[in-house]
Unconditional design. Structure first.
Length: 297
């Protein structure tokens, strides 16, 4: 009876110690995650609260909570700047982002299909040259590109910003889509050819539906990149009515010798909200698409 009692006590005591140990691990991980989340979210919280600060407080109140909260910053932003209403900046950004996304998805998918499924002379050399462009800094070609577009009278238009999207200039996207296409059995192509389908029919009717996860990833990254692009509009656009949101934010600090930090933070917050909503809605597609297009070894 004594042995049984000891066995029972021993059998109960060990799980209790294990549960207690696991509880402490959970608490430690929970605290660590809270600390990391607080560090990551701090800039967003600061920006949100800073939109309610008057411009005079930015040099005297470094804390999070505004001393004299006001909605005047949003009123200024709603009125626009340099005679251009805020909705025009939003519209320009949407137009650039939508066109860039659609052009990038189609052109890069076509290039990836050509490299993955079509055998032609010089394909390996062209593919090597394409991959080599990943090593070429963008700043190296800025001056020659600007001279070309200026001679063609295309400065202050959207053509210099968007033309590269139609020409499959992002080697990483081409490589990502190509790897996914290579994972699709060639028997599908052969069966389609037996039925009389050409490359165009195979691409649009068979390949496009199969590579949707990767195309979604490309579309999301392109949309977010174009929405936040600042250097391209800064280089090629000169008229305020053609500016996207990124350039509108700069104008709040360049119009006078005194920067309007309150309006800048309010405009930044307004520009950030669509991006946050877009990322929250489509974040699972980013993970799925990257996993689907990963290199399999």
């Amino acid at each position: 009876m004594t042995l049984t009692t000891q066995a029972v006590v021993t059998g109960v005591a060990k799980p209790q110690r294990r549960i207690k140990r696991n509880t402490w691990k959970t608490v430690i991980w929970l605290v660590a995650m809270i600390v990391i989340a607080a560090i990551i979210l701090y800039p967003l919280v600061w920006l949100t609260l800073a939109t309610l600060k008057p411009s005079s407080e930015f040099g005297t109140n470094p804390g999070l909570i505004p001393e004299n909260p006001t909605w005047q910053n949003f009123v200024k932003v709603s009125q626009g700047i340099a005679g251009v209403p805020m909705w025009r900046f939003f519209w320009n950004t949407i137009v650039l982002s939508v066109i860039a996304t659609a052009a990038t998805v189609v052109s890069h998918a076509l290039a990836a299909y050509a490299f993955a499924r079509i055998t032609f002379k010089g394909s390996k050399i062209l593919f090597t040259c394409m991959i080599a462009t990943l090593l070429l800094p963008f700043h190296v070609v800025i001056i020659p590109q600007y001279i070309i577009f200026n001679n063609l009278n295309l400065v202050d238009t959207y053509v210099p910003i968007l033309i590269g999207k139609f020409l499959a200039t992002e080697a990483f996207f081409v490589f990502l889509i190509m790897q996914f296409i290579r994972s699709i059995p060639r028997e599908i192509d052969e069966a389609a050819r037996i039925d009389g389908a050409g490359h165009a029919r195979i691409f649009f009717s068979i390949m496009m539906p199969l590579i949707v996860p990767t195309l979604t990833t490309v579309a999301i990254f392109t949309f977010l990149g174009q929405w936040n692009d600042f250097f391209g509009p800064l280089l090629y656009l000169t008229s305020p009515e053609n500016y996207p949101l990124s350039m509108a934010l700069k104008m709040y600090n360049d119009q006078t010798s005194v920067s309007d930090y309150g309006a800048t933070t309010a405009a930044s917050f307004i520009a950030l909200v669509p991006v946050l909503l877009f990322f929250v809605i489509f974040q699972r597609f980013i993970i799925t698409g990257m996993a689907a297009g990963a290199v399999k070894g």
